[in-house]
Ligand binder design. Structure first.
Ligand SMILES: [Zn+2]
Length: 102
């Protein structure tokens, strides 16, 4: 039973909402410059349901669910990690443009 602590010890680099917001800005720029230099990749987006992100700092898929418009990170079990910050920006971008390129 020694393996339980291992996976949870490696936490994401995106531990705050602000870091997620900054990562979203980088993500937007990287789409245009094709730099690929981001911590987050967007795998799937379902408006008002959930978004699937890939977090390169933990090498895992992260699911953020939109509950009545408020995103909640199923992976970190919180509503104030960087994935949530990223998901908020993603939704705003979707609402503005009516679509998302990822
Ligand atoms: Zn998270």
């Amino acid at each position: 039973m020694s393996e339980t602590s291992k996976t949870s010890e490696k936490n994401t680099d995106l531990s705050t909402l602000d870091l997620g917001t900054m990562e979203f800005m980088k993500w937007l720029i990287s789409k245009e410059t094709d730099s690929g230099n981001t911590l987050i990749a967007v795998k799937d987006y379902f408006d008002n349901k959930y978004v699937i992100l890939f977090d390169k700092s933990i090498l895992k898929n992260v699911i953020v669910a939109y509950r009545e418009g408020m995103p909640y990170c199923m992976t970190c079990n919180t509503d104030d990690c960087g994935h949530v910050g990223f998901a908020i920006c993603l939704k705003q971008s979707y609402d503005r443009n009516g679509q998302l390129d990822y």
